[in-house]
Design a protein around this ligand. Sequence first.
Ligand code: F3S
Length: 778
Amino acid sequence: TRTRLFSSVGAASLTPTYEKLYKKYSEVRRVLGTQRLTLAEKILYSHLNNVEESLLTNTNGGRDVRGKANLKLNPDRVNMQDASAQMALLQFMSCNLPQTAIPASIHCDHLIVGERGADDDLSAGIKTNQEVFDFLESAARKYGIDFWPPGAGIIHQTVLENYAVPGLMMLGTDSHSPNAGGLSTITIGVGGADAVEALVGAPWELKAPRILGVRLTGKLSDWVSPKDMILHLAGLLTVRGGTGYIVEYFGPGVDSLSCTGMSTACNMGAEIGATTSIFPFTEASSRYLKSTRREQASRDAALLQSFPGTGASEDAHFRFKADDGAQYDELIEINLSELEPHINGPFTPDLSTPLSKFKETVMEQNWPEKLSAGLIGSCTNSSYEDMTRVESIVKEAEKAGLKPAADFYITPGSEQIRATLERDGTLETFTDAGGIVLSNACGPCIGQWKRQDGVEKGTLNAIFTSYNRNFRGRNDGNPETMNFLASPEIVTAMAFAGSTTFNPMTDSLTTPDGMEFRFPAPHGLEGPETPFEVGKDALKAQSQSPDPNVEVAISPSSERLALLEPFNAFPSSDLSGLRVLVKITGKCTTDTISAAGPWLKYKGHLPNISANTLNTAVNAETGEVNAAYDLDGNKHTIPELARKWKEAGQPWLVVAEHNYGEGSAREHAALQPRYLGARIIVCKSFARIHETNLKKQGVVPLTLADEADYDRINAGDEVATVGLYDMLRNGGQGDVSLRVTKKGSGEQFLVPTKHAVSKDHADFIIAGSALNLLSKGL
Ligand code: F3S
């Protein structure tokens, strides 16, 4: 019993967070008995809304959960970055709730441009984005959300330093949120609509991931860092290899890694498509909690692990590591002792080349030999360990009279790390060497980089970064910039050499005195000897209780922010009088439906961003891009015609081919068509996440039962549904057909379709959107 358990640890009691975790975990054990579990499963299943139902329904007595069960989860908190927080908060506001159901935070990091250096860039960024920051700050005050102002740091670093404690489940509105897995949390990157579900207290749904085990042995050698481990793994698994999996690290090699090193590996799990990644709680994790002034959290984690086993199995203690004998769906072994530095790229994070082969590859591929810039830091690699390892080699090079031959930029991940590195002299070493310290924000990592080196758009050039992603155009908007990913120490050594073919482990540079200089192996400290500095007061979090009197700042004349109107509920009948807006041919990704780039600034303004809807889609009947024809034959762009029909009260549908909506979980790709009057999307097949997003926004996704019917439907045809209303009322049961009336001839025929509408989805569609339904039930 609990009394016995409490007394057995000297009457100590658990924190509310661990009390909840412990209770749920006991239920998991009662249902699953002695089944051996991975750490990811322990934490994930201990956040189930209904343990018994989720683990037993159709899953072979709970033994077959992975890849099959639909888990309904209750996350502990939500973290949002400034770009994606805008639509998440606008949706949350439309629910009229006084506060968020779970703790949340907003981090202003994506909108600051890197150009001249921290101070100038920060004030310029604040000026350009003032109204967005004012909106986020006022919404934070109204709903009791922690607000981290511009300059406070990058979301993932700030979350790791302040919110991550082992055993938590968090959602983050950014794909690199799994960074916090380095502190034994389950943290998943999601879109704004998913975040809102958690913010209103609704269970968040996830298909139970499979578990990919990575067993680490050995110990990293001098020039090798945890970054090299994940760069190597990305090469092995490719950008899709982790899809549907949680990557769980284990084995004796784990104990040799720092907590921030483990986070780097988890951060870049996004590059292999993993749902998230996680490491066990180690001595290093405990040291990290202490140096970030969270001794209590470290003691709490130890206390939880000292509680005896519960449920059916007396030995089933909660431990922040996998049970002995836990099974993995896939298993990879990496001997850290045998690993060498890796360089990944260009243009994809899974093109991995060991350092020793890189010169040869550069020559073979005719990649640029000149290095134009080296950029270190970011949310991925700005830890104390990373920066002091870099410092050690910069100091030696300086002593020899060398300066970086390429531009050298440093992005601290947070004010805390920046202030600590300043206190300990590390930043001075970088600036003395000619490095430019950028603000504690995303900057060049997300395309917010105004290059000062005269490299024009369209010019082929090479940069080295310690960031996580290297898609074309991602850093400076120049599709010809080749970004090679490497550890901060390799990036730095390459920047001193100014060459992509330099191997700091074997090659030498010539000093101004004509001497030969060989970099010594880097060495650094895992963390500071005294705890981290907190930094400038103005850059601390504003934490507050909800205040209903706060007016959320949105100017009615704003071009960047607009309040959302709830969508109309589904009519009490089938749909009729719909018209086909456009028939699309070929790939139609979420980028095709809602382009990024210059449109990012309208993320909080649905009417304005909707002007990009389907603007790179190819018209199947004419082969033109972004062309649609009105019933009178007049040509428009697709978004223009959609808006014209919206204003005329003409509902519409789109007909498309395979894998409609592939790409990201971008919610705007579902919101925009819905806003402009789409009721149905009919295609040969859907990308799964987008199909769900459409249903959440009240658009009905239907697939053609016979693909040949794609050829029989054309733009301008009139469409009515047959059976749709009954299917929705029956919780997704029943068939739906489309009655098509040809434009011109008036010929009619029925097109049978298929759908994947569940009871929950049917309820969303009937209510007009998931949010309408959720806010009704609150
Ligand atoms: Fe920002 Fe780049 Fe990280 S955009 S969150 S620094 S991946």
